[in-house]
Design a protein around this ligand. Sequence first.
Ligand SMILES: [Fe+2]
Ligand SMILES: [Fe+2]
Length: 197
Amino acid sequence: MEQVPLLSDALPLVASDPRWLAVALADLDAVHADHLHCERKAAQSALSLIRSYPERADLVREMARLAHDETRHVVQVAQLMSRRGQTASYDHGDAYAAALRGHIRGREPERLLDRLLVFALIEGRSAERLGLLAGALDEPKARALYASLAEAEVRHRDIFLSLARDAAPATWRARATELAGVEAEVLADHPIAARIH
Ligand SMILES: [Fe+2]
Ligand SMILES: [Fe+2]
């Protein structure tokens, strides 16, 4: 699968509210507790695409690899939490992701395109915020972890965009722009909290 050129142009995300970083840094335990579940849900979402589209060999291969990355991220975040003496907690849901998923159209083939683009948006937003944390954390191991996770999520965004382009060559770009606009609105409506999103 070749890379999509100019991916940041294909999925232009607005910058996070500058207050988010200060709120996140003020309660890193809450951020890590949420982050663990973000990584778990990313793995589950990738596997759910395999369940829905087993006939798409590229998608099956890429999503299996991506789920593997995400479960490794769960291990890495769990290790970080252990080093901090922090116990994981139950997931109380993600209103941001739920709002985005609400824009996924119900019928195929639009449904596949929208699922891929919504996951690309979530990866892109996660990458931005993990990168902000990487730039601001004091502890060297945590900084390095967050920098490597941010890089991985950019790669994942690009995988979803490549699959979206292959699934709907004529329409994926326009729909990506549309959903990026939706994401900006969802984010603006969403309280700023010590969470990844
Ligand atoms: Fe991840
Ligand atoms: Fe990811």
